[in-house]
Design a protein around this ligand. Structure first.
Ligand code: ATP
Ligand code: MG
Length: 153
């Protein structure tokens, strides 16, 4: 299914804005290109929403999230950067595992199952893409997604 990715991103951000506003977290979106891609719209929306939801959940009150979209001739690139609590170095390699959560005590307040990132990764890989994470504890976390625009099932 051919999808306008800028439009899709706007829909996702609009849906998540109330959640962010509750904690005075500012979300900004920057797009560098018009992007159309063959994706599964429902699944792709879920994959990206999970990343931004985490950016809200594991952020500080008054923090920020910067989302960007870019593309070259072959791939689209989405980046989600947050000013949150970050992920300890020895935990980063596990966060895409099902049911993995960094801090059980802290996670209890935020709620969730530890499935979000496993689902996001599955969906991105299904689109023949890759997802990566960089994090600095106490400073924030960056998720990058690269997906080919001409994905064929
Ligand atoms: P669910 O997504 O199922 O509601 P969850 O958010 O705990 O639950 P994941 O989205 O899979 O599960 O994330 C796994 C764990 O990775 C989280 O519990 C959290 O500890 C850590 N994590 C994920 N994203 C971030 C982030 N942006 N900043 C800091 N920690 C994060
Ligand atoms: Mg999550």
């Amino acid at each position: 299914e051919r999808v306008d990715i800028n439009e899709l991103m706007e829909v996702i951000l609009k849906r998540l804005t109330p959640l962010a506003e509750k904690r005075s977290i500012e979300i900004t979106f920057e797009s560098f290109r018009e992007v159309e891609a063959d994706i599964d719209k429902v699944k792709f929306t879920l994959a990206i929403s999970n990343l931004i939801e985490n950016g809200i959940k594991y952020n500080v009150d008054g923090g920020w999230i910067r989302v960007s979209l870019n593309a070259d001739h072959k791939n689209l690139y989405i980046k989600v950067v947050d000013s949150g609590v970050g992920i300890p170095e020895d935990c980063v390699e596990h966060i895409f595992e099902r049911f993995y959560r960094v801090d059980k005590a802290r996670s209890r307040d935020t709620g969730g199952t530890g499935l979000g990132l496993a689902i996001s990764k599955n969906i991105i890989v299904m689109h023949k893409g890759i997802i990566n994470v960089y994090s600095e504890p106490g400073k924030g976390t960056t998720f990058t997604v690269r997906v080919p625009m001409n994905y064929v099932k």
